[in-house]
Design a protein around this ligand. Sequence first.
Ligand SMILES: [Zn+2]
Length: 349
Amino acid sequence: MKRCIFQFSLFFSFLAVFNYANSSDCFDRNQLSHTLQVDTHLHTQPFNNEAMPTDKLMSILNKAGIKYVNAYGIGQTFAVKTACKHYLDCPNTPIKPSWVNDFRNLKAFTKHKYKNIVTKLSMSFPDLANPENILQRVIYIQNKYPNKFKWVGEVNLIQHALLSNAHEPATISDINNWQPFMAYLRTHNLPLTLHADIGLNDSPFEYIHLMRHVLERYPDNKIVWAHMGLSTEQSKIDTKNHIGLMNSFLKNHPNLTLDISSTVLEENFFSRDRTRYVALINKYPSQFINGTDFLAYENFDFEDYDHTLKTVSEIHKYINDEAFRNIALGQNYFNLLGLQQQTPRICKS
Ligand SMILES: [Zn+2]
């Protein structure tokens, strides 16, 4: 009986969203907010188990106008007991991929009272440098909790900032050994979000061979490249070179999606070379998604989330209508998930 009520509530919540998505009204960019409606990159669990209570987080998202959420755990958790809240504060404390946060998300977000916000769960546990049991674990989760997890990530291929915390980047040989679980992700239509730094200020393309190999080895997988490979470690990178590189990746890999989440992008790159980044997004409007990359610590409030949301959404003011509909309103995200949802068309100005 309980299960039946739950299924009914799911049905009605689906209807509510469906009605929104099929509204015949057009979206007026001159009148309505430019901020993201679909947060495709939200870490609902931070590093050290001090997550914001679900009700508080959902109420913040609701107030901010979010309608869909991709709930990531975090691709790395502290491997030892520690008072650290963030890995950057404790460079010698080891981190390790774990599925603990995926189960915390399952418990926290499978059911909540905000019917106008749809939460999708993502598996953030895979250890890409030790891929032997990834497939076995993915199958375990999918069988035990069918239709709950629709995505994989954000997982670290190479995250330079984590190297002093004993992060083990994947090698070319490790990537070749991903084959069994990548085949599963393909057949089950599960996108994979990878954190893969391009390089550093002093050696801008130090790590690019890893992502290149992934895309060449698995051209039919839906791969999402977190933050377009950028980070604070390469804030001085020549943006012209970066844009040229992204252009060639997008052209050669139609199943690649670039994730433009994180305030770091607006603050260090988009604001520095707005015209060229906007032109790149307008050229490939079907290959970008956006998100906040917000870490939902329990002591954060609406103002924290809202500031992040507005910063990552700044670029939306400049992109064309097609890109705006696909990114800010979330059509590309729905397409990646294979959903029928249609976002409103943009009103002619
Ligand atoms: Zn992230």
